[in-house]
Each structure stands twice: as structure tokens, then as C-alpha cells.
Ligand binder design. Sequence first.
Ligand code: G4P
Length: 553
Amino acid sequence: MQFTNLDKHVQREAQRRRTFAIISHPDAGKTTLTEKLLLYGGQIEVAGAVRGRKTQRSATSDWMELEKQRGISVSSTVLTFEYNGFCINLLDTPGHHDFSEDTYRTLMAADCAVMVVDLAKGIEPQTRKLFDVCAMRKIPVLTFVNKVDRPGRDPLTLLSEIESLLKIEPVPMNWPLDAGLGFRGLVDLRDLSADVFEQSSGDVRALYNTHDLSQLQEVGFEAQTVQLVQEEVALLASAGSTFEKDRFLKGEITPLFFGSALRNYGLEHFLKGFLEFSPPPVDRLSHLGPVPAHRSEFSGFIFKIQANLDPRHRDRIAFLRVCSGRFQREMEVVHARTGTKLRLKRAQLVFGRERETVEEAFPGDIVGLANPGIFHLGDTLCEGEVVHFEPLPQFPPEHFAVLRCADTGRRKQFERGLEQLIEEGAIQIFSDPRKSQRESILAAVGELQFDVVRYRLESEYMTKTTIEWLPFKFARWVFPGEAENTDRPALQIPYTGRLVKDGFGGTAVLLNTQWDCVHFVRNNPQYHVSNVRTMHVEYLQRQEPTAAKEISA
Ligand code: G4P
């Protein structure tokens, strides 16, 4: 399928969009970098607005009470700022490894990622895990080596660590002039000029003067430091790793920038490099083939659903990533999964807790849509010929438990809350069809997800819960769905396993050990068994959408 219809205005706007997410281990400096990017983008006047609040355990993008209490970031938000004529959308990813599923979905909406690495700590476990997610999606990754102002490891050692652990070739674009407390400059490895920073507290943009490498002693650098940096630069030149856009876009190399987000050293250099290298909105895969951003008809998909973003309003927001065309308020679109027509009335830009009505948006932009329960994760909205974007994957859960409503008088609220959290993708649900009393088995990739669900049920739906952990460690989906209604032989399930229905009515089996999984596949050759349930598999089987009633969303 070819989408050839071009719209010049959309094309221009799409070309200046950059949509990315930051991946890092907690404490590497993601919040600080985010804040400083906002400072450089003119969104905040003086640094400290975000960090200052984070000291009280609350940052612009950290809005959930639980996050504040625990100092973790579990919910993604979108921050938008302009820089040098570019419109930059930064998707905030949860830092905790238990929320990798949420991160994965966020990365589905990003066109590239920035990996923040602490120079002293190198590649930490969470960075590695998130990097693997990027590699799986083959999205280009830029690297910002942070905290160069602190005693850290040798930058050359870090390069080899990145290469050996992440299997990606780092291509340094600049090199620190003296690391640790003496760090105050960067050598541009392309033209070999040296930018020397003026003292900076980090509250405002860092100023710098450009010198020739040979002049550094004249501006106060010790002969030894200058010699070392000259040797390192020569070594890097002889190693011959150069930036090649093709390889970057394929995820084979990562351009690497050094700096200190705290002091604003290297921020401008990083931003310039980011804008030079990061791709504008890329083609998105659909069941009709790749949909280019400059296709004139609008299309987008829902990658995140969040309820009660603002406790005063008790609203539900579905976050839409615009993939092609122009989004306009009040526009009429087709909801591809159901085939219904919708008028998108209440569309907002969401900045932390703050809202702004959005009149129009372009490819790469993220729009918050009021969701009266019609949008599911992975849903496509479009104009013109109906497309279905590639489905969002659902990670295989590793923790299972039964959650019960502690107060029978609040059962209704419990069910409503749970339904909402499942819709958001915060947790997966299974039920045992043979049990007379309907009991929900909740499942998640990480244990902390259960804490979030229980906390939210209590704070948003006033429902206390009790939890009973189950011994299962694996879920395996069995296709086609209604296995017991067909002529196929009944499923052979190990006696410790359990046959269940997932939240979409699909059949699955919960198992205790890897060994059980292997046996289960072997003993049921007539069934297709999968450890991943792609969301809304059912829509791929749909034919043409039916013209249907209009709903205002
Ligand atoms: P995160 O979002 O990745 O978890 O990290 P965050 O930005 O919160 O930074 C973690 C700690 O590292 C913070 O210190 C922050 O000030 C510090 N930091 C970030 N970037 C740099 C840098 O370039 N240089 C130095 N020296 N420190 C940096 P904290 O003491 O934990 O918090 P706070 O008291 O400053 O709020």
C-alpha cells in the first residue's frame, strides 16, 4: 500500500518535531537533565523549579502521591518545548524496573531515546534493561554521559563498557577537558575546538568561550591536563569511529556527549547534537504497510491511558501519538478497532498536572484525549482509509495474586477501580471461569505494580484490599481463544497449573515453572501457545469498519 498524498504544511511541521524518551538508571540524572532541557527551551526561567520540588519529593513530571512518597517515577508524562525552531516532545519514562511494560509502550511512541549514564557508575542494571527495550524496537539511541563534574571512571573505560555490555558502538562527539572537580570544558571531536565554560551554579545557561586546543594553557589549564587530552583525542582519532547517520538510525552506533546536567556544562552541545542527529517522526508500521508522517490524512495511536491525573477532576486521559496528518480539535475520526466515528472535542496538551486545550497537533506530538472508556491501549484513530497500527505488546507477567475487596460494602467501587486500572494497562487480569465466586487474579511484570494498584484503589476509590500471592510464575496464552468449544482435544494442564480467561476473554494457562511451560507446549500440539498476548489481536481479524453512530470524545 502506498500513501502518496502529501501536505506541505504537515510536512514542514513534522520535520521540526523531535519526539524522544530518556532511559537511565535511577539517580543517573534524568530529572536534572529534563529540567535543564526545559531551562534551555525557555519553559522555565531558573533551574530549581523542578529539582526544588523534587527535594520535597515532587517534580513536574512526578505527580502521583505514591511517587512523591517513595521518590520514584511510575507514570509517564509528556513535556514539550521549543529550541532553535524545533518542537521537542520529551516522553517521561518510569525509572523503576517494575514498570518496564509502561516504558516499552512509551518507547513505542518515541522516535528515538537518550540514554543518560552516570560517569562514575557506568552502565547500571536498569539502563541495560531499558536499552534492551530500545534495541528490541530498533530505535536510535543518543548517549549523555552525566556527572562529569564528579570523580568518575576513565571516559575511555566507559566507552569499552558501553560497547561490550550493550553491543552498540559509542561514537564520542566531544571529550571532557579534565574530569571530576576540574571539569570545565569540552573538546569538539569534529573540529578539535575546545569550549571552556565560565563558572556556573547551574541556575542559568552555562556560558563558554571557544579556544584552540593548543591555547588551553593560556586559559589556565595545566600542561599535564592539556597533554592528556591531546593524547586521548589522538587515540580516538586513530580508533577511527565516525558518526554515520544510517548506522545510528539502525541502532548500531550511539553518538555520545559528555557533560554535567547539574552545572549545565555540555547541555547546549548535547542539544545541538540531538537536533542534528535525532530523526523527525518516522514511518509507522500499519496493517497496510508503513504510514509516512507526511500522509495528509490524520492518524495516531493510543499508547497510554491514565485515570485521575488530576484528583480534582477524576478524569481519564488517553494519550495519543500523532503519526500522520494534522490533528485538529473537533475533528471527526474513525476509531479503527470498533469502526465508529468519533468527534474529538476535548483534546489537551498535558504538562504534568497542567492542561492546555490543543487546537492542532502534528506528527510526533502527543495529545491527551478525554476518555469516557472508549479508548484502549493500542487503538488507532484515523481519517481517510482505515489503518491499524502495529499492536502494542503485552509483557508476560511474572507475579500473580488474588486481590480482594476488604470491605464488602465497597465492592462496586473496587470493581470500577480495578476495571479502570486494567484499562490503563497498570496490571493484567485473569479469572478462573470454574470458580463460582468470581475472583480476579491479577498479574504484573513487577511486584511494585501491585503496590501501585492497591494504593490507587485505596486513594482514588476508597477501597482497602487484601492480597494473596499465588505461586504461578508464567502465563501462556492458548490460541484460538475458545478452545473448549471446538473439536480439539481438551487442554492437558499440569496439576499445579490453572486454566484462566484473560481480561479480553482470551484463554490462558498459569504455570509454576519453566519445566511446566515446556511440557504444556509438548502436551498440546493442536494448540498454538504463546508467552505474549498482542493487545487486540481480534482487531486484526476485522474486515472493513462499519459506519456507526457518532460519539463525542
Ligand atoms: P534521576 O531522575 O535519574 O533519579 O536523577 P536526579 O536528576 O534526581 O539526580 C540524582 C542526584 O544526582 C541528585 O542529587 C542530583 O542533584 C545529582 N546530579 C544530577 N546531575 C548531576 C551532575 O551533573 N553532577 C552532579 N554532581 N550531580 C548531579 P540528590 O542529592 O540525590 O538530590 P537533590 O538533593 O539534589 O535534589
